[in-house]
Each structure stands twice: as structure tokens, then as C-alpha cells.
Design a protein around this ligand. Structure first.
Ligand SMILES: N[C@@H](CCC(=O)N[C@@H](CS)C(=O)NCC(=O)O)C(=O)O
Length: 109
């Protein structure tokens, strides 16, 4: 199996089935907190370690419309921001709706 070392899957199978991606760095406290929150919710996520992957960092910036801070988190391809935004979504209950796909259609734009 080829192993680039920059992308890893975490977590256990979750009911929601949403694709959660987090761009992270090794010495990033907000990344640690974001991953802790996701794990505490039992959510599966794919981690892109951009320290080991400069192209991944460029892709993160492109996908997030220019955001450069770590982490950057995507749910089903939609950038939600960093840890602060994840925390707020979790607190407000919006995270559950996003994971259930309830915000996925006909919203925004
Ligand atoms: N409000 C952001 C803060 C993120 C942040 O400051 N991340 C640090 C690393 S832990 C960073 O990217 N610093 C580099 C920079 O600000 O350009 C969040 O909650 O994710």
C-alpha cells in the first residue's frame, strides 16, 4: 500500500456518513483542539498534514478562498473555517445539521 504520510483517516464509523476533512499542522494547538472535538463526537475525519505536504497547503488555501491559518475544516467539501467556527457550530447544534446533510442543498450562493 502506498503511504504518502500526509493524509490519514481517523475515528470510528459514524452514522452520519458526511466527509469531514481537516488540514492540520504538527505544532498547531487549534488543530489538536479541533481533532479532539471531532473525536469526542465520535466522528470520522480525514487529516491532511500540510507540514509534510506543501502542495496540500496550497490546495487548502485555494479551497478555503485564501484562508491560511490552520486548521481548515471541510464538511462534504464545504469549508466551515477553523477551530473557532467548528466550536461554534457544535455549540449551536448546527454541526449536527451539517453532518446530516440538512444544510447541503439550496442554501448559500
Ligand atoms: N481562529 C483560528 C485560529 C487559528 C490559528 O491561529 N492557527 C495557527 C496555528 S495553531 C496559525 O495558523 N498560525 C499561523 C498564522 O496565523 O498565519 C481557529 O480557530 O482556527
Amino acid at each position: 500500500m502506498s503511504e504518502a504520510g500526509s493524509e490519514r483517516a481517523h475515528g470510528q464509523a459514524a452514522a452520519a456518513g458526511a466527509r469531514i476533512e481537516i488540514y492540520s499542522g504538527r505544532y498547531c494547538g487549534y488543530c489538536v483542539r479541533a481533532k479532539q472535538l471531532l473525536k469526542a463526537r465520535g466522528l470520522v475525519f480525514i487529516e491532511h498534514d500540510v507540514d509534510a505536504d506543501p502542495q496540500g497547503r496550497l490546495k487548502m488555501i485555494e479551497r478555503s478562498a485564501g484562508r491560511r491559518t490552520l486548521p481548515q475544516i471541510f464538511i462534504d467539501g464545504r469549508g466551515i473555517g477553523g477551530f473557532a467556527e467548528l466550536y461554534q457550530l457544535d455549540r449551536s447544534g448546527e454541526l449536527d445539521r451539517l453532518l446530516a446533510g440538512g444544510m447541503g442543498r439550496g442554501v448559500g450562493g
